[in-house]
Design a protein around this ligand. Structure first.
Ligand code: FAD
Length: 315
């Protein structure tokens, strides 16, 4: 099997879930990582460790920042010339967008958010924000799919050096129909999606001001603050902090859910957390019954007590 993985990067910073896609791909066959855009050289370093036998960098003066049409057309030219049997990307917004564009160009089906691939090529994928697992078969000479983020852990240590190849691709102005014209940094450092600890609040917080204590707790433990949709609907937090089906999908080491009931649309956004801790007054709330640890009590008493304890321990 000749497996090609589109490795997403932003001016050389590799999207972490692309390393998961490489990890998954190496169990499928001989892996070639494909990179497009400025900074690809920097992004290429270290991909061999995650299982890439080769790294192909698409080159063309028109390729700079992300552009779905340009990325898909560059990827198409490379996989057609090389005869790939399987092409995947991580199931991020960009990964799904490029793979859908690629599928349209090749007139082939594409499966988004795959969890597993069976012996005979049938795929198991997530549907409806994660609340449905669907089995599908994909006829066609090349299997095109995206891997659901956090399905596997990115594991390096393959110890191999990938062969680096630069490949010029032909693009005309139509490849730049959609392109980035401006970049604005809205968050520095760790983000909600990558934070090792997420301290999240729901309706039980009661007000926007109550989130001050979650900010304080998150700062003490090196985490980020998340929230439920009720919170964003109430205008207590910005939508970028929302966790769930229509928000950000997170997979931290620890997810602390304060006053969040655990509705399915929220749960699918954090169910891959390694440890879930719930603080809730309702012992029957789904978040409490599904959590690894639960404190059945008023969060307005528990959260300040945790902050106090951490401060005392840190002196
Ligand atoms: C199409 C669709 C998409 C959606 N997408 C999302 C999404 O992306 N993310 C999301 O979060 N939701 C989403 N929702 C909404 C979701 O269904 C729930 O309505 C929402 O998650 C509930 O938020 P909550 O847990 O904060 O509020 P509630 O369900 O009202 O729960 C509040 C919890 O706080 C507890 N509580 C109250 N006071 C205290 C206290 N003092 N101390 C401790 N505990 C307390 C209560 O016991 C309760 O369990 C979506 C819904 C739909 C239909």
């Amino acid at each position: 099997m000749s497996v090609y993985v589109l490795v997403e990067h932003d001016r050389g910073d590799v999207e972490p879930t692309s390393l998961e896609a490489l990890t998954f791909a190496r169990s499928r066959g001989v892996v070639t990582a494909v990179l497009v855009g400025h900074g690809a050289d920097r992004a290429a370093a270290g991909l061999g460790d995650y299982g890439a036998a080769a790294v192909t960098i698409a080159t063309n003066d028109l390729l700079a920042d992300y552009g779905p049409d340009a990325w898909a057309d560059a990827l198409r030219q490379i996989i057609e010339a090389d005869g790939a049997t399987e092409v995947l990307a991580s199931g991020t917004d960009r990964g799904n967008e490029v793979m859908a564009q690629l599928a349209a160009r090749l007139d082939l089906p594409m499966v988004a958010n795959v969890l597993e691939i069976g012996e005979s090529g049938e795929v198991l994928r997530l549907q409806w924000g994660g609340s449905l697992h669907e089995q599908a078969s994909t006829p066609g000479p090349v299997l095109l799919y995206t891997l659901s983020p956090h399905t596997v852990e990115a594991t390096g240590g393959a110890g191999a050096e990938a062969v680096l190849v630069e490949r010029p691709v032909d693009l005309d102005a139509t490849a730049l129909v959609t392109m980035i014209k401006d970049r604005v940094t809205t968050a520095e450092g760790i983000t909600l999606a990558t934070a090792p600890i997420v301290v999240s609040g729901g309706r039980g917080m009661g007000s926007a001001e109550a989130f001050d204590m979650l900010e304080e707790l998150a700062a003490l433990v090196g985490g980020k603050v998340g929230c439920s949709r009720v919170v964003t609907n109430n205008g207590w937090r910005n939508h970028r902090d929302q966790v769930g089906q229509t928000g950000t999908v997170v997979a931290p080491d620890v997810y602390l859910a304060c006053g969040i009931s655990g509705a399915i649309q929220h749960w699918v956004g954090m169910m891959n957390a390694k440890t879930v801790i719930a603080i809730n007054t309702d012992k029957d709330a789904p978040m409490v019954t599904k959590a690894d640890y639960a404190i059945v009590a008023d969060l307005h008493e528990v959260v300040p007590a945790i902050i106090e304890e951490i401060k005392q321990r840190h002196g």
